[in-house]
Design a protein. Structure first.
Length: 121
């Protein structure tokens, strides 16, 4: 299993989200993201005319995110939400590589028909 902790280094003890790329019961990859980077990215997902949806809905309305191993209901929609972000508006522009890593993880999930779960600690 591949595990990437670059985006949590230096933030020990603070809240983090762990994105788990899964095939069935097997975890193929884990991406650890400090809450500050995650908040920055999520705050830039545009509000749609249908309201908050998918990843943004659970984040903005604080639904189930603190439950262990939350399954992203639609990885394709989550990827589209991430792709709609204007990365130049990020508070932490030097960490746009965190955004890139999330886009890459969701792209892989869509292309290979894998699932993404989010754990929080």
């Amino acid at each position: 299993m591949k595990e990437d902790k670059r985006f949590y280094e230096g933030f020990d003890g603070e809240k983090k989200f762990i994105f788990c790329l899964c095939k069935g019961e097997d975890i193929l990859e884990k991406l650890h993201v400090w809450e500050g980077f995650f908040d920055d990215i999520m705050s830039l997902i545009p509000y749609s005319n249908k309201g908050w949806e998918c990843l943004a809905e659970y984040y903005q309305l604080a639904l189930d995110f603190d439950n262990d191993h939350w399954k992203v209901p639609d990885c394709n929609k989550a990827l589209n939400q991430l792709m709609a972000i204007d990365r130049h508006r990020m508070k932490y522009p030097r960490r746009s590589d965190c955004y890139d890593a999330l886009v890459e993880l969701f792209t892989q999930s869509v292309e290979e028909k894998l699932e993404v779960y989010i754990d929080s600690e």
